[in-house]
Design a protein around this ligand. Structure first.
Ligand SMILES: Cc1cc2nc3c(=O)[nH]c(=O)nc-3n(C[C@H](O)[C@H](O)[C@H](O)COP(=O)(O)OP(=O)(O)OC[C@H]3O[C@@H](n4cnc5c(N)ncnc54)[C@H](O)[C@@H]3O)c2cc1C
Length: 327
């Protein structure tokens, strides 16, 4: 009974990076919450050794539900297995990565058991009563909401890329508990996986330089110059949500709460106001440069280097200067 549960999401035969990020969250909160760190993994028997690997990263238990039909993610089947496990073992906390899979699964489990669920958390604290404070930007406003669950387990999804990954521990002490399911729930019979396609990774997530543009670039032709700058700097192009909706660039370039999280060495934002929904996606950036005509814009306040001026003029000047320097 009890425990700090983490959903062990697979990604092409390995664990998704967010699982290691959630392990670092759990290890940081362990002194305050005092809950056993458990990663819950579903899969066929031959994934046992990969599952056991999580013990090296600070899992105190890997709870491994085994059945041949669990080889591929299926939201109905996985959520039924997890709901039963939660009802039976009553964890104190259950975190999922806010990936497509986690976002499909967590609400199903919460819904099935009548539990609260906080989406897209970017930070956690523990209050003096030992409750988990689930922190996330509130919708439409520039404030961080601190949410406390009324139900147990305290359930949340967590933005991938926000937390650093757990480092290996010197002497792993945890155990793998294998639970062989005699039969999977009936829903498994409704669908069959015909084939799987490799996932297309966004170039933004690993880019060392990100040049991003917002509505302040005024026109698509101005925005397009970001591709030239990105090429010169060996980086990737990011965008705010409004410019994606204007059709200047596809949504897979969106940075923020509804898009990608980036952690480059250098992020340059041209004509971006710096709404919290955008800046939660750049928390991992080492150096932030903002170019904005309004010195009071939130991104200018937050930037390491704030350039006051017309982004539509500064962008081509910067491109020209870098070309000159490169000879
Ligand atoms: C539920 C929800 C989810 C959201 N998710 C996201 C998300 O994931 N990512 C995201 O980005 N947004 C998201 N948003 C939108 C977010 O709240 C902001 O509206 C958006 O980030 C603002 O985009 P922007 O900075 O391009 O535009 P604006 O807010 O219009 O800012 C334009 C900026 O450009 C400056 N400017 C104007 N002209 C010039 C010029 N010539 N030169 C230099 N600067 C100039 C202005 O001073 C201003 O600061 C979300 C909103 C909601 C409600």
């Amino acid at each position: 009974m009890g425990g700090f549960w983490i959903y062990g999401q697979w990604q092409e035969g390995r664990f998704h990076p967010v699982v290691y990020e959630l392990l670092s969250v759990a290890r940081r909160l362990k002194p305050a919450l005092k809950e056993k760190i458990v990663v819950v993994v579903l899969g066929p028997e031959d994934r046992r050794e990969e599952a056991r690997e999580l013990l090296r990263y600070g899992a105190e238990e890997v709870l491994f539900f085994v059945h041949p039909d669990l080889g591929y993610f299926r939201d109905d089947l996985y959520s039924e297995v997890l709901s039963e496990a939660v009802a039976e073992r009553k964890p104190a906390v259950f975190l999922f990565g806010a990936t497509a899979e986690g976002q499909a699964l967590a609400p199903r489990v919460a819904g099935a058991l009548g539990l609260g669920l906080t989406a897209h958390c970017t930070a956690f604290e523990v209050d003096e009563e030992g409750r988990l404070l689930q922190i996330r930007p509130s919708f439409g406003e520039n404030i961080m909401a601190r949410i406390v669950s009324k139900t147990r387990p305290q359930m949340a999804t967590v933005k991938p890329g926000v937390f650093s990954k757990a480092e290996p521990v010197d002497e792993p002490e945890g155990v793998l508990e294998e639970v062989k399911l005699a039969a999977v729930p009936g829903s498994a019979l409704r669908r069959r996986v015909v084939r799987t396609l490799p996932r297309k990774e966004s170039p933004l997530s690993r880019a060392r330089v990100v040049v991003a543009g917002g509505r302040g670039l005024l026109r698509r032709e101005n925005f397009d110059q970001l591709f030239e700058l990105a090429e010169l700097l060996g980086g990737a192009v990011g965008a705010t949500r409004p410019v994606c909706h204007l059709g200047w660039i596809s949504e897979d370039h969106m940075i923020g709460v509804s898009g990608e999280t980036v952690s480059p060495k250098l992020y340059i934002g041209f004509g971006i106001s710096g709404a919290l929904q955008h800046t939660v996606g750049i928390e991992g950036a080492e150096v932030v440069v903002a170019v904005n005509s309004d010195p009071e814009a939130p991104l200018m306040k937050r930037a390491d280097i704030a350039v006051v001026g017309d982004a539509t003029r500064i962008l081509p000047l910067l491109i020209r200067r870098i070309r000159e320097l490169k000879g």
